[in-house]
Design a protein around this ligand. Structure first.
Ligand code: ADE
Length: 244
């Protein structure tokens, strides 16, 4: 039987295009979440709108793992750009993940998950490659308006229960994690669940802001009209490539 892929996004606008394209089979409600089962690009999938933050992300990833029995998880949506030169509209494919707000010092080193012995979690190399290829195909063939100058990079995605929106907050995170490419509120939590469950994880994010409060765009409008299209197209292409 073909393996089912779990797909997670935090906001409705980030996953709506995928839900709309789903050949829907059924929806299950569990633990306050809806899991939409069906086929996308010929692949069995389970879609979940997880809500914002690490607890919501971990809850949804656990439901996909233990209840929907998915074999891999893809996370998509927007993120704040941290790496120098990253612009709104650029694409980041996660190569690794850290919780930037994990701090149990002095008992454990900064960012280390207590008693787990690690802070950095790697993406699955195959899913990372698949999403990078899919993102490049999206940029080459179906780039939505607004992403005219977008480029794609692979890098460290850091997550925490905070929407970074000031220079101070941005600098604080970069000081301890200078290699961070972008920031969101979910990916590293999903990564911890995936690592615990030995489940491959791939993350694709579109940069929506610079995480410093200088948002010169209408955030909701950008997510809805531009980023969501790039996310859906990239994920659909990745699913198509999985079938090959
Ligand atoms: N997701 C998108 N932009 C973000 C930001 N600035 N901080 C945290 N998560 C984000």
């Amino acid at each position: 039987m073909t393996k089912r892929t779990g797909i997670i996004a935090a906001m409705d606008s980030e996953i709506r295009n995928l839900t709309a394209a789903l050949e829907h089979e059924r929806t299950e409600k569990i633990a306050g979440r809806e899991i939409h089962y069906g086929n996308l690009e010929g692949q069995p999938v389970a879609l979940v709108l997880c809500g914002c933050g690490k607890v919501n992300a971990a809850l949804s990833a656990t439901l996909l793992t233990c209840h929907a029995k998915v074999s891999r998880i893809l996370v998509t949506g927007v993120s704040g750009g941290l790496a120098e030169g990253l612009k709104v509209g650029d694409i980041v494919i996660g190569d690794s993940f850290v919780q930037h707000d994990m701090d149990a010092r002095p008992l454990f080193p900064l960012h280390e998950i207590p008693f787990e012995g690690f802070s950095v979690i790697e993406a699955d190399p195959d899913l990372r490659q698949l999403l990078s290829n899919a993102g490049r195909v999206m940029l080459a063939t179906k780039r939505p308006p607004g992403l005219e100058n977008a480029s794609l990079l692979e890098g460290l995605v850091v997550s925490g229960d905070q929407f970074l929106s000031s220079t101070e907050a941005r600098e604080r995170v970069l000081e301890s994690l200078p290699k961070a490419s972008c920031v969101d509120m979910e990916s590293a939590a999903v990564a911890q669940v995936c690592r615990t469950s030995d489940l491959p994880l791939g993350v694709m994010r579109v940069i929506s802001d610079s995480a410093d409060g200088s948002a010169h765009i209408d955030f909701a409008k950008f997510v809805e009209e531009t980023a969501a299209k790039a996310c859906a197209e990239t994920v659909r292409h990745a699913l198509r490539a999985m079938a090959r």
